[in-house]
Design a protein around this ligand. Sequence first.
Ligand code: CP
Ligand code: NVA
Length: 306
Amino acid sequence: MSARHFLSLMDCTPQELSGLLRRASELKDLRKRGVLFEPLKNRVLGMIFEKASTRTRLSFEAGMIQLGGQAIFLSPKDTQLGRGEPVSDSAIVMSRMLDAIMIRTFAHSTLTTFAAHSQVPVINGLSDDLHPCQLLADMQTFIEHRGSIAGKTVAWVGDGNNMCNSYVEAAIQFDFQLNVATPEGFEPKARFLEKAGDRVRLMRDPREAVAGAHLVSTDVWCSMGQEDQVAQRRALFAPYQVNQALLDLAADDVLFMHCLPAHRGEEISADLLEDPRAVAWDQAENRLHAQKALLEMLVEPAYHHA
Ligand code: CP
Ligand code: NVA
């Protein structure tokens, strides 16, 4: 049986993504006004975390509770997944009991294999390749502060990692120009770049990438699973720190985003999150609202007003 999955931003049309973000802001407003809205009563989300998380776990768990449902945290340490039960068998069994399943994993193929055998929606809560839920929150945050991002210039500075790959997909889906500044050998993956064509420009110099940008975003130099490369990466990425002086080269109304967790003194200067141009706390909060809209769309389409 085929269910609708969200493994990548490309699993939605641009129209669906816009509708989903509008809905996210509506759900945010309902919550701020204290209105109870529980369309997912008796629905259960399973959450498989093979990597650590603060925001993703909390936003999905709190989001399900707020929508009237429940979420169950599953760690490979405590499930048979960690003892070698095949991903495909786990997907068949889990999806017979749950209404949706979120997975944070290493290889992206774990997600695609799980999804191929799941009869309920599977959501990518971060893989080595992509972090689409974070991009929902980032795009919602930009739109709430500045309006449409279509036609704007976005700069990605640092590692061409899972977040960067998702920014490449966002450039296609939300129709913006993306400048990516990375050291040589740390560019986003070719298979994402190929789809983006001239919407994405690769460069070495962070100043060139940021010049005139309306949004500047970065992420840690060492993602989860790369802990053995910390020293080598610190040296290589040092010229890619985002600080006030770099942001000063961007557009006057630039926003700065970081998906968090941040390493102050590495990819950002010590006080950058306190800069008035930074919106990282709004971004973090919007994980909750954007994913509630996503859950509503995937689990209970009748309530989705996109
Ligand atoms: N940004 C993000 O995904 O944070 P967590 O790793 O805390 O979930
Ligand atoms: N690129 C980071 C993002 C964390 C939310 C990682 O994969 O560890």
